[in-house]
Design a protein around this ligand. Structure first.
Ligand SMILES: *Cc1c(COP(=O)(O)O)cnc(C)c1O
Ligand SMILES: [Zn+2]
Length: 428
């Protein structure tokens, strides 16, 4: 049983253990599994036996599915472990979205508080398998936090390239704390991305941006784990946010493989939600026009503020397979939905809440039926972006055009029993 690297465009194959991030033709690469051999195994039984296992690496919600992710000898695996995240009833957020049967998979419950850990455990394992000593990425967000933590676990040096100017230091804090070497270059994000690719090619450093096909493999486990939590019963819909579009590429790739292996018999539909200020996939899908990057992407949901996503083509393939849809939501819709996700006691960062804002919009448009079974993916933890949350509740987002329609602001009172009674009296 082995894997292959295959171009998503021209189908040329490459040795999976020689470092390569794209095809000669410029296309992105897929890890291709030997489905013929995999069909001979009772994978469902194997996965069920490993459920809640204490044995490494199967205690991980990624490596539990090792045969379908990356069949590599255990000694290479870098795991914290990750995954095993909760699948919540959406509660108030479900009512807000207008759905009766709405579950939220909280990927903010991973070791560094975003789903990026699922891809990173696989990417870092690939780095070790290739013999890399140094890893790098260009990112100011959750990817750099995750990479720095996994590099620390693996005992590798990690280098993070960040652009100059406005930096989301809230998220970069984790990367700095985990010991990532951070290089701020004089240029914008695209310059940082170009430079990191050149550096990795010339200096024998392993690149862990989401163009890396092994990261996509690890992220497939979100879908596998949701299905296992549902006793392999396929929901009607999966909904998730789209930025660089690696996550929905992974979700659909995993579902396609399960379908081809006969582990699931039904195709769920996938809805990808983009911010209206960073919506290249939405425009392409809605208008049936060729792909075009969006200049000057802008949204409060910084994790999906991407105008030129690397995985758009692989992502589109999955949407077509699942008879899926692409929707866009405004920052107002994202922050209002977030207020309900948070008030349900679940909580997530802004980009994650595009999921719930999108669900509501698709229900209102009649695309999703209120009775259908829907699983939304929350990609990052509430505390990843405390500024956005507290500014919303303090009604301080007016300058960027966001009204705090569901604010829960602190109230100042005199230090007396009477004052307290007056405040909570209305709540009793
Ligand atoms: C990376 C990220 C996304 C976007 O995922 P893509 O794979 O880039 O589409 C969404 N939400 C959070 C919290 C993220 O960290
Ligand atoms: Zn090619």
């Amino acid at each position: 049983m082995d894997i292959n690297l295959k171009c998503a465009d021209c189908k040329k194959s490459y040795d999976p253990y020689i470092v390569r991030y794209s095809c000669e033709c410029g296309g992105t690469l897929d890890v291709e599994h030997d489905l013929e051999s995999l069909r001979k195994l009772d994978l469902k039984k194997i996965f069920e036996e490993r459920w809640r296992s204490r044995q490494k690496p199967y205690d991980s919600g990624v490596w539990r599915y090792k045969e379908l992710i990356f069949p590599v000898p255990d000694e290479f695996i870098v795991s914290k472990p990750e995954g095993n995240t909760n699948l919540y009833d959406a509660g108030k957020a479900g009512k807000y979205a207008g759905l009766k049967n709405f579950l939220l998979k909280h990927e903010g419950e991973n070791p560094t508080c975003s789903f990026k850990d699922r891809g990173m455990t696989c990417g870092m394992t690939a780095a070790r398998r290739m013999g890399a000593k140094i890893v790098a990425c260009a990112s100011t967000g959750n990817t750099s936090a995750s990479m720095a933590a996994y590099a620390a676990t693996a005992g590798m040096l990690s280098i993070i390239f960040i652009p100059e100017g406005k930096i989301a230091y809230g998220k970069l804090t984790q990367a700095l704390a985990y010991g990532g070497k951070t290089l701020q270059i004089r240029g914008d994000f695209d310059d940082a991305m170009t430079l990191v690719q050149e550096v990795c090619g010339k200096l024998n450093i392993y690149l862990l941006n989401s163009i890396n096909p092994y990261r996509i493999e690890g992220q497939k486990a979100i879908g596998f784990e949701i299905l296992q939590q549902l006793n392999w019963e396929v929901p009607d819909w999966f909904i998730l946010p789209g930025g660089n579009l690696g996550n929905n590429t992974a979700l659909s790739k995993g579902l396609i493989e399960l379908y081809e292996l006969g582990i699931i018999a039904k195709k769920p539909r996938i809805a990808v939600i983009q911010a209206s200020g960073a919506n290249p996939l939405f425009l392409m899908w809605k208008n049936k026009t060729p792909y075009k990057r969006v200049p000057h992407a802008d949204t409060i949901a910084t994790a999906i503020k991407i105008g030129n996503p690397v995985s758009w083509k692989k992502s589109y393939r999955g949407i077509e397979w699942s008879n899926g849809v692409v929707e866009q939501v405004t920052d107002q819709e994202i922050m209002d939905a977030k207020a309900w996700v948070d008030a349900a006691g679940i909580g997530a960062e802004p980009a994650s809440c595009a999921t719930v804002a999108g669900a509501k919009k698709l229900v209102e448009a009649g695309v999703i039926n209120p009775d259908e079974k829907v699983v939304g993916i929350l990609t990052g933890h509430l505390l990843k972006d405390p500024d956005a949350t507290s500014n919303y509740h303090k009604s301080s987002l007016g300058d960027i055009g966001i009204a705090s329609r569901f604010a829960n602001a602190p109230v100042q009172i005199e230090p007396t029993l009477e004052a307290v009674r007056r405040q909570i009296g209305t709540l009793l």
